[in-house]
Design a protein around this ligand. Sequence first.
Ligand code: MSP
Length: 645
Amino acid sequence: MSNFYVTTPIYYVNDKPHIGHAYTTILADVLARYHRLAGDETMFLTGTDEHGQKVQQAAEAGGISPQEHADHTVVRFQELWERLEVTHDDFIRTTEERHRTIVQKILQDLYDRDEIYAADYDGWYDVTSETFVTEKDFDPERASGSKPSIIRIQERNSFFRMSKYKDWLVDYIETNPGFIQPDFRRNETLGFLKKDLTDLCISRPKNRLSWGIELPFDDQFVTYVWFDALVNYISAVGYQSDDERFQKWWPASYHLIGKDILTTHTVYWPTMLKAMGLPMPESIFAHGWWLMGKDKMSKSTGNVVDPMVLSETYGVDAFRYYLMAEMSLGQDAAFSEASFIRRYNTDLANDLGNMLSRVLKLICANCDGRIPEPVAPGDAEAGLREACLAAAEGMLASVRDMRLDKGLAGLAGIVRETNRYLEVKQPWTMAKTGETEAFNTVMYYAAEALRIVSGMLHPVMPDKMSALRVALGLGDEAPAYESLAEWGVLVPGQAVEKPESLFPRIQVEKATASKQSTKATSKQAKPAQAAEAAPEGVATIAYTDFTKVELKTARIVEAEKVEGADRLLYLRVDVAGESRQIVAGIAEHYKPEELPGKTVVMVANLAPAKIRGLKSEGMLLAASEGDQLRLVSIDGDLPSGASVR
Ligand code: MSP
């Protein structure tokens, strides 16, 4: 057990929160929750950056004070974090007294020790980014016109002696490989440090910017926003106010940041800390950006994803899962609603939804709603147990390595493996034929797999996984890793509940089916729908006729009886992310609960037909002999939508 302290950037209070803000904060939340699950004492800090020109200007435009403006806008972030199930331990605002006094103490101390000095500045200033511009970066176009964004200024300012720490910083970064992550970001900072490192101007005259923390040694100036903002990471945990607390949490385990604020965090902040005589954070981790296709999200083009809208449409947990599973930490990732829906439907609605509904429904229907007693586990059971325990351990390892996507892929693999195990064992048949002991063993093992998956996914989808754990009779407390690194925790006899539908499928607009030709193979095969709708008695056909038939693999997602039709089942199948409904004449041969998860073969380009008033969008292939009928299925693992030739 150890202490884990994670921070997010503090967000500009006048920004409207978007997917980028939501991503870093959810990432911090997920890391914090995994560390809590592992038994670590955890401190998770987020907050808002409330000083600076933009807040001042927005307040002036609205005819209110900057503080009032900040008080209004901060709520957008606070409400969003609540909505997104973010469990920060503290929320710091840079306008709070507890922060301001510490910034001033630090400034005074550095000034007293000659780490800060006053000097005249004569040069270019970028009014948009509120930074000084070196001659090298100067763009004359931006300095011309009626409203130049770069202006020439002459003023007296305060400077922090950053340049003197350059050699120390290069050496520190080189000897501490984990300090800046990922590796290529470390190289980026080292590249930056190869150039001249100047001292840092840390003051702004009040006549240009009044909304900031006043310099304690010159009341005509406020401090530069970054010198104020970065200090939040220590002011929030008791620096200069509560020694015991500060010793407990500092240095931070992770500062999570976006790649655009790398220099401030890996050059300004370490040199500031060094001048203060404080230890360095263990790691500064820069993640990539969420893009819209290949483009940067930007307010001006209007292509910004609003996390509030997305989480309201598809659910908070699904949104959290998508963000964590889709982005490979450190790299950029492209956001699209289509990729969101694809991942949701595959990982959650199909795979996990199937696994939980099969396990709980079969136990409810056949074991009096109680966890059954396993009797004689064999090799398949031992294999499932080892795979589950390895995936749980792998998830924690991936948290340490900042490869959440990898750990989550491992857990998704376990879900698929359990579904396959059920398909191979066919407990529904065992229940019918009275093989009670074998049935009980299979169901106990599948239920244990579900327990471990639900526990290990809890930090990512706290709400849905709590509901699932309650259904499994485990209560709604956050799980602890100890119990997830162990097999056999479910107690036989414990009551379980039928699950509500945790991940209802998202309907997708029909994708245009790809025009692939198919070749003949199964002469015996008969469409499962034939009993009701297909033309009968086709004798021989030309090869060219057959190539018109598009055969594809389809994964059955849902199956239900059709009211008033003994032979029909209503099926919902997935074909490469596209959802289709099929009415098939197989009710005398299959129970609805046996079907979800099976990969079968369908005629994909059949004109839709109405059967008993229900639209049917394809035909399943089945082989029949006498009164026996079996669906044609795929030998091995292939995704849905694969063409059959
Ligand atoms: N206030 C400063 C941070 C001070 S920390 C001491 C700031 N705020 S911000 O609100 O502009 O940005 C906060 C974070 O959002 C940054 O880490 C930034 O990289 C991140 N993102 C902004 N757009 C993003 C995406 N499109 N995708 C992912 N993250 C992005 O900077």
